[in-house]
Ligand binder design. Structure first.
Ligand SMILES: NC(=O)c1ccc[n+]([C@@H]2O[C@H](COP(=O)([O-])OP(=O)(O)OC[C@H]3O[C@@H](n4cnc5c(N)ncnc54)[C@H](OP(=O)(O)O)[C@@H]3O)[C@@H](O)[C@H]2O)c1
Length: 267
């Protein structure tokens, strides 16, 4: 990020609590004006008040339920039409800890609405606008369960695997057009997420829960480093580099008109 120029406006979804509220503070400290999106207006006002007082930046609140198409469309329109917006943080999301056989499929569909459909539509609104404006950044909050699919509820893990893959494709398609994309993969982080998921983080094993401010500060270091994928709790980054190299090498091996020998019928 070039800090000598005015950075512009950041639109942050899920800014009423947890990780999104910390992004609001940190991005305002970096000189961004803010558009804060979530359902709970009172909590949004609290965050906005604190940010204005601490950093003196302009803060606009947008009350929106990203699971409602009309609300989502309003936020898409803001991204398309506000020329000051240079950064989208797709952060709103929620999860579950229950296994499939104990889980209501309607709740799973709502996870897909908020964790998959909403960030997709917002990225599709922001990306062309950023290209037309000569640049911009899309930060998508994924999760380590996007890789460790078996750790939590499967639909939640799959939703975050989607966010990771979407971000990599955004980078692939848009990096040469001035649009940056970063996926952030937090591990367990101390927020209300866990209460919503049905397992307060105080009940998680000692030593695995990261404070939310430490997570966001690390994610911003990753952004400054130019990373496409930032995994704050991964202690040895070489593990991710090797994983990605293996994925890309495997992806080169699929162009064949005949099935592999192990699938050929002996008859
Ligand atoms: N905490 C963790 O351990 C952890 C780990 C990995 C990834 N993450 C991801 O981090 C992101 C932020 O979560 P968090 O940990 O900060 O939890 P959080 O404190 O519960 O925050 C979730 C945010 O999403 C918003 N949100 C939820 N449903 C919404 C809807 N229908 N429309 C608009 N906004 C909605 C909430 O605002 P309102 O309720 O006001 O709408 C809230 O601001 C999520 O995508 C989560 O999956 C969290």
């Amino acid at each position: 990020m070039n800090q000598s120029r005015q950075p512009g406006t950041a639109l942050i979804t899920g800014a009423s609590s947890g990780i999104g509220a910390i992004y609001a503070d940190r991005l305002a400290a970096r000189g961004y004006d803010l558009i804060l999106v979530a359902r709970n207006e009172e909590r949004l006002q609290d965050v906005a008040g604190r940010v204005r007082q601490a950093h003196g930046r302009g803060v606009t609140i947008v009350r929106a339920d990203l699971g409602r198409r009309d609300d989502l469309a309003r936020v898409e329109e803001i991204l398309r039409t506000d020329p000051a917006i240079t950064l989208l943080v797709n952060n709103a999301g929620f999860g579950a800890v229950t296994p499939l056989l104990e889980t209501d499929v309607d709740r799973m569909e709502r996870i897909i609405d908020i964790n998959v459909t909403a960030p997709t539509r917002l990225a599709y609104a922001a990306a062309p606008a950023f290209v037309a404006r000569g640049g911009g950044t899309i930060v998508n909050i994924a999760s380590i369960v996007g890789i460790g699919i078996e750790i939590m509820n499967g639909v939640y893990g799959a939703s975050k695997a989607y966010v990771l893959a979407l971000t990599q494709s955004l980078h692939h398609e848009l990096a040469d057009k001035g649009v940056r994309a970063q996926a952030v993969l937090p591990g367990a982080t101390a927020t209300d997420f866990w209460d919503t998921a049905g397992l307060p983080h105080a009940h998680l094993p000692d030593g695995i829960v990261m404070p939310a401010d430490a997570m966001v500060d690390a994610a911003l270091v990753g952004l400054d480093l130019g990373e496409v994928v930032t995994i704050p709790p991964l202690q040895d980054g070489a593990g991710w580099t090797a994983y990605e190299a293996a994925r890309k090498a495997l992806a080169q091996q699929f162009g064949h008109a005949t099935p592999a020998p192990r699938y050929r019928n002996a008859a």
